[in-house]
Design a protein around this ligand. Structure first.
Ligand code: RNT
Ligand code: ZN
Length: 422
């Protein structure tokens, strides 16, 4: 039997199997089709950017590994992102950092970035049918230090305020150009390696900086703010902690970014969704996979990601939760990393959309708790994978593991030929 015929057969059986537990598979497929992931541009080049690609990555983040073939310039990065996107079903967004501007070979300092440095990105994204999101960049700069927006030195603080204000103006132009709001994430690394005695002072400074940055109202961009537990070399104190940004987000009506790698290991990020949705307008996610000290391993279809996806669907919040990816693995094929993490996230979303939620809710309401647990367990082995295969087929992307050989081919023909500078 032809592979396609097999996929269709398995799909038809899955549709019936799901109907028996009250789930409409077509509806789930349609919903999945509408979910645009925001792909992080920085997986392609280990967060190097185009200001000074040989410069050091600072700010408490690290990309470990030295796998050959990383993108060395804007053209290669675009080519790689396109390649990755061609193996990810659906239409997705691209999330740029300010350090990835098209600077035309000149050094443009962070307090000088302008929409014109992102014009070619906007045009390119439009040609690809992709929308853009954006990030200010506080790290990997001579003025980054340990404190940027929370720096008591007024010269340094205002430098970063200016940078971030300019980033919002760039995001506004992107949003206007693409006819869809550009989501701008603000994450700063500010923190301290060891015991800190002026915690309140730095947090007050960060609050002040944010108020200055957000003073201008825009209508084509949305702001989000991202917390963290600790950075490498900044282990004892993080100015922008979870409490800090939840307080700020709630009081200023800002989107809060939940990076799944930025919480204590036993904390459930999934459980935060329903609380936050009651107090803030929207949520941005950075879906990642924490492993020990590293918050940025490639996303997989693990319990954490599944629970997160289920909570979004159970809260009926697909239109209020934006799903971005954030990991950087320099030890494996980088295009492969994009594809594995994106497809894993989509598989989790699909399983969430296929959950027999009506029946589960009824059990819960009736206090039929064995029944609830039993159906949750059984649902794990319902044939969601047949639906996933069909989704890939419909979207004209490789089904199952077929993308492995294709990425190997791209590696042999393209990325392995790139001379590494590191
Ligand atoms: C760092 C944050 C942040 C970065 C990107 C590169 O811990 O997660 O989102 O990963 O800005
Ligand atoms: Zn993040």
């Amino acid at each position: 039997m032809m592979k396609e015929e097999l996929i269709r057969k398995a799909y038809d059986i899955a549709v019936e199997r799901y109907a028996a537990v009250g789930v409409d598979v077509n509806k789930a497929m349609d919903a999945l089709q509408k979910i645009a992931l925001s792909l992080h541009c920085w997986q392609a080049d280990d967060v190097a950017g185009f200001e000074n690609p040989d410069g050091q990555l600072t700010g408490g983040i690290q990309a470990t590994g030295n796998y050959p073939g990383k993108a060395r310039n804007i053209d290669e990065l675009r080519q790689d992102v396109c390649k990755a996107a061609s193996y990810i079903p659906g239409t997705h967004r691209l999330n740029l950092h300010a350090s990835y501007g098209d600077f035309g070979g000149k050094y443009v300092d962070r307090d000088e970035v302008e929409p014109k440095h992102f014009e070619s990105w906007m045009q390119w994204a439009k040609e690809q049918g992709m929308k853009l999101d954006f990030n200010s960049t506080s790290f990997s700069h001579p003025k980054s230090g340990n404190l940027s927006l929370a720096n008591p030195d007024e010269g340094i603080r205002s430098f970063w305020v200016e940078h971030t204000k300019r980033c919002r103006a760039i995001a506004e132009e992107m949003g206007k150009y693409q006819g869809d709001p550009c989501i701008m994430n603000l994450w700063v690394h500010d923190g301290s390696k060891d015991q800190t005695v002026n915690r309140l002072k730095y947090r007050a400074l960060l609050k002040q900086s944010l108020d200055e940055i957000f003073a201008t109202d825009y209508s084509h961009m949305k702001d989000c703010i991202e917390s963290k537990v600790f950075g490498i070399g900044l282990e004892s104190y993080t100015v922008g902690s979870n409490d800090f940004y939840i307080g700020y987000g709630v009081s200023r009506n800002k989107i809060v970014t939940l990076d799944t790698g930025h919480f204590h290991p036993t904390e459930s990020v999934a459980d935060k969704i329903s609380s936050l949705l009651l107090y803030i307008p929207e949520i941005m996610l950075h879906v990642s996979r924490p492993v020990r000290w590293d918050s940025d391993h490639v996303t997989t279809m693990n319990d954490d990601t599944l629970e997160l996806a289920k909570e979004i669907v159970r809260c009926d919040a697909l239109d209020r939760v934006h799903i971005g990816l954030d990991y950087f693995d320099a030890s494996i094929n980088r295009i492969g990393a994009y594809v594995v993490g994106s497809r894993a996230t989509q598989k989790c979303m699909l399983q969430a959309l296929l959950e027999p939620i009506a029946q589960l809710r009824q059990y819960e309401a009736n206090e039929q708790l064995f029944e609830r647990l039993a159906l949750l367990e059984e649902a794990k082995s319902l044939p969601w994978n047949a639906v996933w295969d069909m989704f890939c087929l419909k979207n004209n992307v490789p089904v199952g593991e077929d993308f492995i050989a294709e990425i190997e081919k791209y590696e042999a023909e393209v990325t392995s030929k790139r001379v590494s500078y590191n």
